[in-house]
Design a protein around this ligand. Structure first.
Ligand code: F6R
Length: 255
């Protein structure tokens, strides 16, 4: 645990993203196995982007080498780009299947992501149904997060209220610039997304936000040590009773 007394949320610093991913995957594995032994499901909130990749690689290894089954796992992803069909190479549906779901024994009906192709008129109903599906599944047991350079969790860009729910959101210019290389140019990056709200995320019983690399150090410092406000939505985690930050040394370098 990082010892800085200025930290307002627990921080754990690891030598590498791989070491952090291994520790987090061990916690997930324990939850999944203990629920399976009780005949119950484990409800996991998942993220996309480059940050969780070592974590998903470790979950796949646990499945292939240590018999971790995902048959009792139910997942809800944080977000999806508006306008992207599932088969688009940058859709989060595609990302999750190629980086995790296609390599483990999760049941297709237990996978949930917001849709990128609902019409504008359908969005409010779609979002309300997403919220209800989380409640019907028993709530989120464990949510993982990355952090954007705007301080977003999910796609809760600056100005997202603490009690916000799943909804459509316009993406910040910085977020779109960060996504531009993957889309071969900012003109191809969607301008909006559907995201779980800050309020949705904060209902999770346990939360771990992961961040790697020096380019996250400044925003991590704001989220961990700064005031709690909607300018940095990750700062709301300071008010959750079981949220931790898992960082590598460069991401923790400003603390
Ligand atoms: C992804 C998500 C985002 C990312 C964040 C960091 O589902 O909701 O909040 O976690 O933008 O992205 P990376 O990991 O690519 O730096």
């Amino acid at each position: 645990m990082s010892s800085s007394s200025a930290n307002k949320v627990p921080v754990v610093v690891f030598d590498s993203p791989q070491a952090a991913a291994k520790a987090l995957a061990a916690e997930f594995s324990e939850l999944i196995r203990s629920r399976a032994s009780e005949g119950k499901t484990a409800v996991l909130g998942l993220a996309t982007g480059s940050t969780p990749l070592p974590f998903y690689a470790e979950l796949i290894r646990l499945h292939k080498e240590e018999e971790l089954s995902f048959q009792n796992v139910v997942t809800f992803n944080l977000d999806e780009y508006a306008g992207l069909p599932r088969e688009h190479k940058e859709s989060y549906w595609h990302f999750m299947h190629s980086n995790l779901f296609d390599h483990v024994d999760i049941l297709a009906e237990n996978i949930h992501l917001p849709s990128g192709t609902v019409t504008e008129a359908e969005i409010p109903t779609h979002c309300a149904e997403y919220e209800q599906a989380i409640v019907d599944a028993g709530g989120l047991d464990f949510q993982i997060l990355g952090i954007g350079r705007t301080g977003h969790i999910g796609f809760n860009e600056p100005g997202s209220p603490k009690n916000s729910l799943t909804r459509a959101i316009e993406l910040d210019q910085i977020t779109r610039e960060d996504a531009a290389p993957a889309f071969d140019g900012i003109e191809n990056v969607p301008t909006s997304a559907i995201t779980m709200g800050c309020g949705t995320i904060l209902t999770a019983r346990k939360i771990v936000l992961m961040a790697w690399g020096e380019n996250k150090a400044a925003i991590v410092k704001e989220a961990v040590q700064g005031p709690v406000n909607d300018i940095v939505s990750a700062s709301f985690l300071q008010e959750h009773d079981d949220a931790r930050f898992f960082l590598d040394t460069p991401a923790a370098s400003a603390l």
